[in-house]
Design a protein around this ligand. Structure first.
Ligand code: ATP
Length: 294
């Protein structure tokens, strides 16, 4: 575990939509070189929190500090999304796949590096005139794309139209595309949704690789993960933050969180007779036929 200052500090985050409080005074930290999972029942406020970190929403109250490895500190709540991506180095994927489906797999990864290439081309003119600096940047962009294609096991599909890839491969391509922006913080919204157990295991391997590898810039990437698949969360997370009705109800390592009565209550509910889904029960150490009040 890293002992440095946290990469991301969320302090007293509140996000209101009219009368609805989607995030209510949430504070936690996420570190570089660690996977921090955000879990909680449906509607707990996980995606809203992601949207605040990535600049899609401006929080009603609260401070979000990102400490870049260069030493710069960014107050994310004051920045628009595109500046958070470009300057602070925060990349994200979405619950629903959002690839450029008509482009090839490789092109998706080159387009992700558009900002870097534009700078190298001195905003197009250098590219048109074939400046050496642009050719070098272009070569590096292709090399980075090939590197991530290899890591997510899509090299053989480089020329395929992204929209024709199988679903699980599209999910991996989204992660590769986010990594081609060379982020310091990677935010993944339900990356295991719709994957079969083999694909989930592959995903877990990719995410632990991203967490553990030293980047060419000499830093380690922090991963912020929203995920309902508890087997993935409990297997790969270093740190788990649990939300329920917008509030943080637990925060700690997977072992602590899965034994926390507040978490078990949140997943079982107070007034319902519904059984906990078996895979959630197993990962929370609950009997599979657990019922409220049992
Ligand atoms: N733009 C919005 N306008 C109004 N209400 C919103 C908006 N976005 C989210 N909400 C509400 O905020 C609450 C939290 O939603 P959010 O999507 O953050 O939950 P979640 O934990 O990500 O849920 P899920 O696991 O189902 O994706 C919900 O009640 C939702 O309806």
């Amino acid at each position: 575990m890293s002992t440095d200052k946290p990469l991301l500090t969320v302090e007293h985050l509140t996000m209101r939509f009219g009368g609805l409080v989607a995030n209510n005074d949430v504070s936690f930290e996420a570190r570089a070189g660690e996977i921090t999972a955000l879990i909680g029942p449906n509607g707990a406020g996980k995606t809203t929190l992601f949207n605040c970190v990535t600049g899609f929403y401006t929080p009603t109250v609260g401070r979000l500090t990102l400490r870049h490895p260069t030493g710069k500190e960014f107050l994310l709540e004051r920045m628009p999304g595109y500046r958070i991506a470009q300057l602070a180095g925060v990349a994200r994927t979405f619950q629903n796949i959002r690839l450029f489906s008509g482009m090839s797999v490789l092109e998706n990864l080159i387009v992700a590096q558009h900002n870097k290439l534009m700078r190298a081309s001195t905003f197009a003119i250098g590219g048109l005139l074939g400046f050496p600096s642009y050719r070098k940047a272009e070569h590096e962009a292709v090399e980075l794309a090939k590197y991530w294609l290899e890591r997510v096991r899509l090299t053989e599909f480089a020329d395929w139209e992204a929209g024709n890839l199988p679903y699980g491969a599209q999910r991996r391509l989204e992660i590769a595309r986010a990594m081609c922006t060379e982020p310091v913080l990677l935010c993944l919204d339900e990356p295991a949704a719709g994957l079969n157990p083999r694909e989930s295991a592959e995903l877990a391997e990719i995410l632990t690789f991203i967490r553990d590898v030293q980047t060419p810039q000499g830093h380690r990437t922090g991963v912020l993960l929203i995920e309902h698949d508890m087997s993935v969360v409990m297997r790969i997370s270093d740190h788990v933050v649990v939300l329920d009705y917008g509030r943080k109800i637990s925060d700690g390592d997977p072992e602590h969180v899965k034994n926390d009565p507040a978490v078990i209550r949140a997943y079982l509910g107070e007034d319902e007779d519904e059984a906990l889904p078996p895979e959630v029960a197993a990962d929370l150490h609950m009997p599979q036929n657990a019922q409220k009040g049992a």
